[in-house]
Ligand binder design. Structure first.
Ligand code: BEZ
Ligand code: FE
Length: 316
């Protein structure tokens, strides 16, 4: 059918010396033919997503007047991203992060119920399952040195009720801006805490530092081609779960960091996620710079909705 339409169109093409002018009808016929061929897809959701993807992909190529060389560059880039990905590294998630896509998916997932609940932020590639468990108040900085930081606060429902026995997973860089797995060392500056009967968590750690995204892959080459600095502001990741509550993946960003307004992966999606370490007379250790932060979880199913994963557990 498409063949017939193209042939019919070809006979009508205006040939102006070397230039063949494609008209819009021919292009939209092609888009519709692809969508019509995919209409046999049994899953309604897959059908919707793929149809929309094809529409936007075709519109993108048409709007940019994509050349064969550019198309091939794109294919080479995606191939390199695949080759770079392994059980330690997910270049496609990094690409999604640097294009702002991951944050869009997070914001969509958060939905509109965020008046009381804490906003989500990126999981990132450095999350690991099976981090060591610590008692309330223990330090998760095992081997690294650096200025001390104290984290404490409560895990609460959106109505403000304390959630005891919530699991609070925390991970961050050391004070040089390096994650334990980047050093190839044992787990450090990451740990799992459980809230007490009043919903309190309390952890000791070191001050995190801003850091650059990996410098050896195609995503970094893309950032360089765009003259982007490629850094993330200093932050601390939290993954908080509790029975009958929606899991919260978020991060606290350190106020005053030079990249706070220009995060390469657009993770600082809300000013409410920016925290200022300061001395706090109410803290368990008033002499240590402290972030006191209460997190609010939405009631609902515990499973699902996490944008990202421990890449070692991804199935292909
Ligand atoms: C991170 O915060 O660990 C991160 C997030 C997205 C891309 C790279 C790193
Ligand atoms: Fe991070």
């Amino acid at each position: 059918m498409l063949y017939q339409k193209l042939n019919k169109k070809n006979s009508k093409r205006r040939i102006n010396k070397m230039t063949i002018t494609l008209d819009n009808e021919l292009l939209s016929n092609l888009t519709n033919s692809v969508i019509s061929q995919m209409s046999t897809t049994p899953s309604a959701r897959l059908r919707t997503v793929m149809e929309c993807a094809v529409r936007h992909l075709h519109a993108f190529a048409i709007e940019t007047k994509l050349t064969p060389e550019e198309w091939l560059t794109g294919i080479a880039f995606l191939t390199a991203a695949g080759q770079m990905s392994s059980s330690d590294r997910q270049e496609f998630i990094l690409l999604s992060d640097t294009l702002g896509l991951s944050t869009i998916v997070n914001l969509l997932q958060d939905g509109s119920g965020l008046v009381q609940a804490t906003e989500s932020s990126l999981l990132g590639p450095f999350y690991r399952n099976n981090a060591p468990s610590y008692q309330v108040g223990e330090s998760m900085a095992r081997r690294c040195n650096g200025p001390q930081l104290q984290l404490y606060g409560r895990i609460l429902s959106t109505e403000g009720n304390p959630i005891p026995n919530a699991t609070v997973q925390i991970w961050q860089t050391d004070s040089e801006g390096v994650y334990d797995i980047q050093r190839g060392s044992e787990m450090d500056t990451r740990g799992v805490y459980t809230t007490d009967e009043n919903g309190y968590y309390h952890a000791l750690t070191v001050m995190p530092k801003s850091y650059p995204l990996p410098s050896d892959g195609p995503v970094r080459r893309m950032l360089n081609a765009q003259s982007r600095h490629g850094n993330r502001p200093a932050h601390i990741h939290f993954l908080i779960s509790a029975p009958e509550h929606k899991e919260l993946v978020t991060a606290l960003y350190v106020a005053g960091d030079r990249y706070i307004d220009d995060d390469t992966v657009f993770g600082v999606s809300s000013a409410r996620l920016i925290a200022t370490p300061s001395l706090d007379n109410n803290a368990p250790h008033p002499e240590i710079p402290t972030i006191c932060y209460d997190f609010h979880l939405v009631a609902g199913v515990a499973e699902g909705g996490r944008v990202g994963a421990d890449v070692a557990t991804l199935k292909y």
